[in-house]
Design a protein around this ligand. Sequence first.
Ligand code: FAD
Length: 471
Amino acid sequence: ISLPFPPRRSLILSESSMPRRSVRVAVIGAGAAGLVAARELRREGHSPVVFERADAVGGVWVYDDAGGGSEQRPSSSCLYASLRTNLPRESMGFLDFPFHAAGDGDARRFPGHEEVRRYLEDFARRFDLLGLVRLQTEVVRVTREAAGASESWRVSYHTRTKLERREAEEEVFDAVVVCSGHYREPRFADDIAGIDAWPGKQLHSNSYRVPEPFQNQVVVVIGCGPSGTDIARDIAGVAKEVHLTNRSAPAATCDRLPLPGHDNLWLHFHSMVDRAEEDGTVVFQDGSRVKADVIMHCTGYKYSFTFLSEDSTISVDDNRVGPLYKHVFPPQLAPRLSFIGLPHKVAPFPLFELQSNWVAGVLSGRIELPSEEEMTQDVTAFYSELSARGWPRRYTHSMQSHEFEYEDWLAGQCRRERVTEWRKELFAAALRINTLGRMGSYRDEWDAGDGGGKLDQLLAQANREFARYSC
Ligand code: FAD
């Protein structure tokens, strides 16, 4: 599919004509997106305040072994204990803050989750962002105060502590940047006939932490994305059998996965769960049947912005957040409301950085947006193209192979250098190498290097670029 990121007429004002505006901005969320948004906004001369409902910065990377948190101490995390990154660290980090192996941390190319949290904390400290963040402060409502040039936003929030939940407070801001993430509201496979009468246990990957509770059980894992494959492999270490369903693999068969030490791990190629029966049997579309104790849904998440529910301008329809110009600005409310971090199937941190730079530049007047009408036309054309290709709405923010086209477009708007080629190639190589046959093992195989081949050359280019930022 060719997405519409045409080279527009120059929308950037010359440096000399820059009518810099400085505004007070509420940033919702202090994960990777909120942190880099705060940095870019402040660099541009704005005054950001970052609201974070958790008690630390880092978002999903703050591991919580409670599994889903509680009403008293809501968790932002959906990570499992064994999680390692699915991208090489070099391609994961922000553009000007390399994700180096440092000190006594986890030096692996695909490090564990604690290392990513440490990196984000280092980023926050390095750019002096912690003072901008109000922890344990949840935004509950965002409403528009006035229209036109004097438009402002009333942000209602409450602060939580372990013992008390204070009354909601309010503040008025010139603009709101939503960085609240999209890994909190689980999406379940909802088309399994007979599931209500099935006696087993159903879980979503967001509450999975460790394999021990699945000792000697038969587990069906639905979904073959990074979490599904990691979790299936994790559980296979203790379970009696693990059955992994894969909708998109080419052959319609059921087979054991060729993973050393995991001869209890079955892959149902091209086959989802068809139905569940009262005696505990799960029937797959390939005709095979298994009596299972657990179904683990690794089927993704829903976008949700409850704090915006009073504003009918933005809606979420089958996981399409819209209407949004280039996944960021609602044409009718731009630039006073924006969203960072909606695209998925991407290397997120660099993309967040470019989106944030764009938002900051538009708010200051350094970068000009098209008119509301032009943005609306662009969004309509984009949606029409998706629909002509038969893509369901829920793929609207899935970048597939278009991430770098999008990033180049953003860089053009921001008048920044394009993302360098080694990043693009390293990302593509990571996708290629992460196959079902090498489920999990690709990380350590890559760590070993490829003896001076293409990968090693890309990593050498990365390190040369990083030297610019390593003082
Ligand atoms: P989040 O990290 O979710 O942060 C959002 C923040 O907003 C949270 O701290 C939350 O508490 C806060 N918040 C939400 N609502 C409110 C509110 N109303 N008021 C106040 N605060 C609020 N990316 C990679 O680059 N490499 C990987 O290997 C990788 N692996 C992943 C594995 C898993 C299991 C998951 C779920 C994601 C993975 N990702 C990976 C993607 C990851 O989501 C991004 O790296 C990135 O961290 C997302 O950042 P974010 O700021 O958009 O969202």
